[in-house]
Design a protein around this ligand. Structure first.
Ligand SMILES: Cc1cc2nc3c(=O)[nH]c(=O)nc-3n(C[C@H](O)[C@H](O)[C@H](O)COP(=O)(O)O)c2cc1C
Length: 156
């Protein structure tokens, strides 16, 4: 199938937006993904897909912890800040208010909710890696319950 038509058709499917945060060798990492989805209830599994060319792949190995921050409508600016390849990880976290999870991963404040997960498997998915995570805890922020929505390459 034609790749640009495929991309355009997939773009007609609206999604939420998440920032995945991790910590490797005392360094915080964060990157924007819309490919997050829930997979299984028992066990509690989720997945997201990350381009094999993304630098952030170096921050995640099997059994590492990560947090899925589900963005609220107030977070459009940080959605693009964490997608900007020209920024270092330190620059991405500038002016971002966070708290720390049980496993020392940054949780981004003012998101709708978050899930803390452990990498169960990293699966080959063509030009992306599929990260399968088991969720160990999470919470919802009822004061930020309107989600950021991505559709046809734009925030709605
Ligand atoms: C709304 C939005 C959604 C995105 N979703 C994904 C995604 O699901 N998978 C992906 O590989 N990149 C996605 N990206 C692009 C990455 O955020 C971007 O390439 C990021 O810089 C990767 O980080 P790195 O190369 O610094 O590791 C998305 C970007 C935006 C703005």
């Amino acid at each position: 199938m034609d790749i640009s038509l495929f991309k355009e058709i997939c773009g007609t499917f609206p999604t939420g937006v998440t920032i995945i945060t991790t910590n490797k060798h005392e360094c915080d990492y964060g990157f924007t993904v819309s490919s997050f989805t829930s997979v299984s209830l028992n066990p509690t599994l989720i997945l997201f897909c990350l381009d094999k060319k993304a630098k952030s792949n170096e921050s995640l190995n099997k059994n590492d912890f990560f947090v899925v921050n589900i963005l609220s409508e107030t977070q459009e600016k940080i959605c693009f800040q964490f997608a900007n390849r020209d920024l270092t990880q330190t620059q991405r976290f500038k002016n971002i208010t966070t708290r720390i999870s049980k496993n020392n991963i940054k949780i981004i404040n003012n998101s709708c909710s978050y899930l803390e997960c452990i990498v169960k498997d990293i699966i080959d998915g063509g030009d992306h890696y599929i990260y399968l995570g088991e969720c160990i805890e999470g919470n919802i922020d009822l004061t930020n319950d309107k989600p950021l929505i991505y559709h046809k390459g734009k925030i709605l």
